[in-house]
Ligand binder design. Structure first.
Ligand code: NAP
Length: 273
């Protein structure tokens, strides 16, 4: 990761900041993108204090023209873009009583925006044969199973995974080697926003954002069995990574899901230390 250049959407907090921080520690120059400048400044300061290289760009991922400007300005500055962490998004519970306009708005944020960005990047960089680009999208366990209260979020994340596999298929058809897609499907993650619920014992099955970041780094380093990893804590097993097939042909009909128990001794109390 040394001397590489990365853009991280939602890099000002939560999972995005943890991945940005892990990349910066390895020598990657990270560009943090989100809407709120104050949070971006704070996150940048944190990475600089760790000895990393960080810059910030304020943009809304639902505005594709603004995102294209961010991508092109970083590419122009460095003459390269190595990693794009397609992470920004949010959770919101919906029921049959939720106005459909609210559900659709969530789908625009959690599905349309990251899909449109990945579509743009794949089309834009497939001709840049000297630029290897890895696009890692933070999807969710909600793409792998039907959860409750998820009429917006679950549909968005399933649609997002499907969209990414359709892009994968086109890259495969065209024999494109320099753009690679990676997908990470976390179960519950104890981000700052989640910690009150963890302390109150309302959330019992979360992993730390750093655990998610470790998985992201391993995926991007191509040291994992596939480019599709689920990460989560299971009370009876500990922290487990499950690797799903990475081809559009096999993802929806996996012959095998490879399980790797990475910390059998973890307990939720470890998050409170
Ligand atoms: N936490 C979990 O348990 C969990 C589990 C599975 C998957 N995920 C997925 O992981 C990703 C990150 O989640 P998180 O829990 O780390 O979120 P978080 O702590 O709420 O952070 C979200 C980040 O995204 C930014 N953001 C939100 N809307 C944006 C927009 N329209 N344009 C640009 N930036 C935007 C936020 O900054 P601003 O608000 O300032 O823009 C912030 O930097 C999401 O895609 C989420 O679905 C989370």
């Amino acid at each position: 990761m040394k001397n590489q250049v990365a853009i991280i959407t939602g890099g000002s907090e939560g999972i995005g900041l943890s991945i940005a921080s892990a990349l910066a520690t390895q020598g990657t120059h990270v560009y943090l993108v989100s809407r709120t400048l104050e949070k971006l400044e704070k996150a940048k300061e944190k990475i600089l204090q760790q000895g990393g290289k960080a810059d910030i760009k304020s943009a809304d991922i639902t505005n594709i023209d603004a995102m294209k400007d961010v991508i092109e300005s970083v590419y122009k500055t460095h003459g390269r873009l190595d990693i794009f962490i397609n992470n920004a998004g949010t959770w919101q519970g919906n029921s049959l009583d939720t106005p459909f306009a609210d559900i659709w708005k969530l789908i625009e944020l959690d599905m349309k925006a990251p899909y449109e960005i990945a579509h743009y990047l794949a089309g834009r960089f497939k001709e840049e044969k000297n630029n290897d680009l890895r696009i890692l999208t933070i999807v969710s366990q909600a793409a792998l199973q039907v959860l409750g209260n998820s009429l917006g979020y679950g549909v968005a994340k399933m649609g997002l995974a499907a969209g990414l596999f359709h892009i994968e298929k086109e890259l495969q058809k065209e024999g494109i080697q320099n753009v690679k897609l990676y997908r990470l499907y976390p179960n519950t993650v104890a981000t700052e926003k989640m910690m009150d619920a963890v302390r109150a014992n309302q959330v019992k099955d979360a992993v730390s954002p750093e655990t998610v970041a470790d998985t992201a780094i391993d995926l991007l380093s191509d040291t994992t069995p596939t480019r599709d990893a689920r990460i989560g804590y299971y009370i009876d097993k500990g922290i487990v990574r499950s690797y799903y097939p990475s081809t559009p042909q096999d993802f929806y009909h996996p012959a095998e899901i490879i399980e790797d128990v990475i910390d059998p001794d973890f307990t939720i109390q470890d998050l409170l230390k």
